[in-house]
Design a protein around this ligand. Structure first.
Ligand SMILES: Cc1ncc(COP(=O)(O)O)c(C=O)c1O
Length: 397
C-alpha cells in the first residue's frame, strides 16, 4: 500500500506526451481546473479602493474583517450551531494549495514520535500537493484507493488501526478532484471520530464545495458541529479560486481546530506567504455575495447537460455530484494516455490522462487512473459544447 511517490506536475507530463504532435483543430484546453467564467464585478472596485494597503505587510492571521467574513459564510453555509471563532478559528491562505502543503509539516511536528515512520494518508488518485506535503514533512505517504469500488472516495475502514496510530494527517477531498465524489455527513462524522480516536488531523480539502449539482455537499465543519464537541482535529481548506472564479487572486482559508491553527500560525508567521490586504478585502466582498456563485452553478449545469447529451450515449451518466471535471473511463478506447494523444491530434482538444493524477500502486495494482481521462469543464458553455462534440466525433470514428 505504501511506497515512495514520484512527484511531477501532470501538466508537464502531458506536455511530454504531446511533444511534437500538432493539434488537429484550433486548440481547446480542458486540462487545467481554472474557471474561465467572469471575474465578479466587485473585484475591480474593491481592489482599487484598497490599493494603498499594498504598501503594508499583511498580518499572518489576517484582518478581523477577513476572519469574520469567512466565519459568517461558514456559519451560514453549513448552518453551524457552534459559530466558528472569529479570533482563533480562521487563517487566511495564499490559495488553499500552500495551506495544504504547510499544514502537513505542522501536523507531523505535533504528532511527535510514533514508533516508526510518521504517516500521511492520501487518496489515490489525488491532488499532487498532498504527496509533496508528505515528502516535505518527512512523512511516508500512504495511498488509499479511491476508485469505483469505494465510491471514488478512500475507505478508511480498510486501513489497519496500527497504521492510524502512526498517522499525522489524512488528506480527504470532497468534492474530490478528479472524480467529483462527495462525502456524506455520516462519512465525515466517521472520519472525524477516527481522527480523534487515533490522534491525527483530518485535512478536508473542500475547494470545490460550491460547485455542485442537486444538493450542496455536506462539510467537515458541519459534521463536527453536529457531533457537538467543537472543531478539534478538523481543518477545512477552501478558497475563492473555484467558488468565485478567482484562481489568480491566490486567496483561501483554513478553518476549524483553533489549537492547531494557533500553533500553525506561529510557524506560518516565519515561513508561509501572507495574503495581501487588498486581496483580503476582495475576499470580504466575495464571501458576502452568493449571486455570482449561483450564476456559476447555472453555467456548470448547462455544460454538464451538454456532456450528458454528447457523451451519455457512449458512457452512460457522466455527471458527478460535485466539482467541474468529467472523469471518464476510456479503457475501451485504449486508456487515458492514448485517448488524450488522439483527441489532441485529431480534434485539438487538450485533456489530461488520469494516470498523471494518480500513483502506481505496485505490480499488482497498476495505476488506478490509467483507464481514465479528466476533462475540465471550465470554458464558456458554447466552447465546452464544441469540445464535447469534437470528442464524441473522435471516439465514434
Ligand atoms: C483538489 C484541489 N485542492 C486544492 C486546490 C488548490 O486550489 P487553490 O490553491 O487555488 O485554492 C486545487 C486546485 O486545482 C484542487 O484541485
Amino acid at each position: 500500500m505504501s511506497r515512495p511517490i514520484p512527484i511531477a506536475s501532470p501538466f508537464q507530463r502531458l506536455a511530454a506526451l504531446l511533444d511534437g504532435e500538432t493539434p488537429g483543430l484550433s486548440p481547446i484546453d480542458m486540462t487545467i481546473g481554472e474557471p474561465r467564467h467572469k471575474v465578479p464585478d466587485f473585484v475591480g472596485p474593491v481592489l482599487a479602493g484598497a490599493l494603498a494597503d499594498f504598501g503594508r505587510y499583511p498580518p499572518i492571521r489576517g484582518t478581523n474583517a477577513f476572519r469574520s467574513a469567512v466565519a459568517d459564510w461558514l456559519d451560514r453555509r453549513y448552518g453551524l450551531q457552534t459559530p466558528i471563532d472569529r479570533e482563533t478559528g480562521v487563517l487566511p491562505l495564499n490559495g488553499s494549495r500552500e495551506g495544504l502543503f504547510f499544514a502537513a509539516i505542522e501536523a507531523v511536528k505535533r504528532r511527535g514520535a510514533v514508533g516508526g515512520r510518521t504517516l500521511v494518508l492520501l487518496p489515490n488518485p489525488f491532488y499532487q500537493v498532498y504527496a509533496a506535503a508528505a515528502e516535505a514533512a518527512g512523512a511516508e505517504a500512504v495511498l488509499l484507493p479511491a476508485g469505483p469500488d469505494t465510491g471514488f472516495l478512500p475507505d478508511l475502514a480498510a486501513v489497519e488501526p496500527a497504521l492510524l496510530e502512526r498517522t499525522a494527517a489524512l488528506f480527504f477531498a470532497s468534492p474530490a478532484n478528479p472524480q467529483g465524489a462527495v462525502a456524506s455527513l455520516d462519512g465525515w462524522v466517521g472520519l472525524i471520530g477516527l481522527a480523534r480516536r487515533h490522534g491525527f488531523m483530518l485535512f478536508a480539502d473542500e475547494c470545490y464545495s460550491e460547485i455542485w449539482r442537486g444538493a450542496p455537499p455536506p462539510g467537515v465543519l458541519e459534521a463536527a458541529d453536529r457531533m457537538g464537541d467543537g472543531y478539534g482535529a478538523v481543518v477545512s481548506f477552501n478558497s475563492l479560486s473555484k467558488r468565485s472564479n478567482l484562481p489568480g487572486l491566490r486567496c483561501g482559508f483554513a478553518a476549524g481546530d483553533a489549537d492547531f491553527l494557533a500553533g500553525w500560525a506561529a510557524f506560518r508567521n516565519v515561513a508561509a506567504p501572507q495574503v495581501p490586504l487588498p486581496v483580503q478585502a476582495v475576499a470580504v466582498a466575495a464571501f458576502a455575495d452568493e449571486a455570482h456563485v449561483v450564476e456559476n452553478r447555472r453555467l456548470y449545469d448547462l455544460k454538464f447537460a451538454a456532456a450528458e447529451a454528447r457523451l451519455g450515449p457512449l458512457f452512460g451518466a457522466v455527471t458527478p455530484p460535485g466539482g467541474f471535471f468529467l472523469w471518464l473511463d476510456v479503457a475501451r478506447f485504449g486508456g487515458g494516455e492514448a485517448v488524450a494523444a488522439r483527441l489532441w491530434r485529431e480534434a485539438g482538444v487538450k485533456s489530461l490522462p488520469g494516470a498523471y493524477l494518480a500513483a502506481d500502486t505496485g505490480p499488482a495494482g497498476g495505476n488506478p487512473g490509467a483507464d481514465y481521462l479528466r476533462l475540465a469543464m471550465v470554458e464558456a458553455p458554447d466552447r465546452t459544447d464544441a469540445a464535447l462534440a469534437r470528442i464524441t466525433g473522435v471516439l465514434t470514428r
